[in-house]
Ligand binder design. Structure first.
Ligand code: CTP
Length: 402
């Protein structure tokens, strides 16, 4: 599903090619897009809104007010919601209205309210298509930044032969997919991410853990997947959910389980981001039975866990990037740089518990990215989704240098 999560407005105007819009809509929905159909009054003479609402799973918007209950179809809300507007087929009349701001129906007002890219697929007879007014209007739309999906040569519904035939629905779906793919920065890249805490068992009911919520790691994974990467997420015990099809999630409990999974997957990765708060020590022995309260004092013998980041740092080839995190309370930069060197990282994301709004459990973070070439990038306090975008941008730049 190459259009998962994408919001598309499909505009349909009054051309005989409107029947193809049903196949087009089906193709977009099959690829995972959420589609809002907007039809001009004339389009409804060619294909029924019932067909289009059944295929899209949403009522078709056509009038400013829905006839049955008077609901207001807000062209502004639709315009804000959309990631792409595709008008297919578009007639000479609608092209003219779009070019000259004649907003006398819901489709053209929606067009004028969108901030997203707009694609149009003309369909008309060859004489109408080559008329100077059509050609001029198409030029005006190009000058607005709209994309014209040129009609093909071929037999036209009128019986004439020439240019004017709307591109086939499958081709139009490919155009849409290619457009979204071209904006993805990490298409075909494979990235391993660790996230969340680890639990180190003391006995069947107790463990040593930490307060990591996994929110930063999960935000990162979402952003990586959104940018086209294939992601393997190795998650400690957290209650967060993900749905993106590019994400393979492997749940683990302990540092040693996380270590095994990471070592197994790392060789085929382009990059690994170590976001988990991994326990540094675990109980030397795990009691088979629940431990009883006996004396006033007790101690548990601990032993060091494997350092996952450092192990991957040793295995790393020149074609792979390794990114670490450091959550520090004091001597932040110095400590983070020490970890960067010790673990052979390419860059490290530092957050300080001194900063308000940074750290465990909260939705925001304030980071500094320190690179192995001693470069420091300081970022503002932001929502973790925006922080994730900054980190992914840095990763993209560094991958391009390999
Ligand atoms: N890390 C890891 N495996 C471990 C410990 C840490 O992969 N056993 C990774 C973390 O995911 C993080 C980086 O190493 O990306 C730094 O983690 P941190 O706990 O700050 O580092 P430590 O080397 O354990 O240093 P400290 O003494 O401050 O705990």
């Amino acid at each position: 599903m190459r259009l998962e999560g994408k919001h598309i407005i499909l505009g349909i105007t009054g051309s005989i090619a409107a029947y193809k819009a049903a196949y087009l809509l089906r193709g977009l929905v099959k690829e995972g897009a959420e589609v809002q159909v907007v039809m001009t009054p004339a389009a409804k003479e060619f294909i029924t809104p019932v067909t289009m609402s059944a295929l899209s799973g949403k009522p078709v918007a056509s009038e400013f007010f829905a006839a049955n209950d008077g609901t207001w179809h807000s062209h502004v809300d639709m315009g804000q919601w959309a990631d792409l507007m595709l008008i297919a087929p578009v007639t000479a009349a609608t092209l003219g209205k779009m070019a000259h701001g004649i907003a006398d129906n819901l489709l053209v007002t929606t067009y004028m309210s969108t901030k997203c890219p707009v694609f149009v697929a003309p369909a008309m007879d060859l004489d109408m298509f080559r008329h100077p007014s059509t050609l001029k209007n198409l030029d005006i739309l190009r000058s607005f930044g709209n994309v014209i999906l040129e009609p093909a040569e071929g037999e036209l519904a009128s019986g004439l032969h020439g240019k004017g035939r709307m591109q086939e629905p499958e081709q139009l779906v490919e155009e849409v997919v290619n457009f979204f793919n071209s904006k993805k920065k990490l298409l075909n890249k494979k990235v391993l991410v660790t996230a969340g805490p680890t639990y180190e068992k003391i006995d069947p009911v107790r463990f040593i853990g930490n307060y990591s919520s996994g929110k930063m790691g999960f935000a990162l994974v979402e952003e990586l997947a959104e940018q086209g990467a294939q992601v393997v997420l190795v998650a400690g015990p957290v209650s967060l959910q993900l749905t993106h099809p590019n994400i393979q999630r492997i749940d683990v409990q302990s540092a040693s389980e996380m270590y095994e999974v990471c070592l197994h997957h790392f060789p085929e990765m382009d990059a690994a981001i170590m976001c988990a708060a991994v326990a540094d020590y675990r109980p030397k022995q795990t009691a088979a039975q629940k431990m009883k309260r006996q004396t006033n004092e007790m101690s548990i013998n601990l032993e060091a866990t494997a350092d996952i980041a450092a192990s991957l740092g040793k295995l790393k080839t020149g074609r792979q990037l390794l990114v670490g995190f450091a959550l520090e309370t004091n001597d932040e930069e110095q400590n983070a740089l020490g970890k960067l060197q010790k673990k052979n990282l390419d860059f490290i994301v530092l957050n300080s518990l001194q900063d308000q709004g940074a750290g465990f459990g909260v939705d925001t973070n304030k980071i500094t990215i320190l690179s192995k070439d001693n470069n420091a990038q300081v970022f503002e306090l932001k929502h973790k989704t925006e922080v994730a975008a900054d980190i992914v941008e840095k990763l993209t730049q560094e991958l391009a240098k390999l």
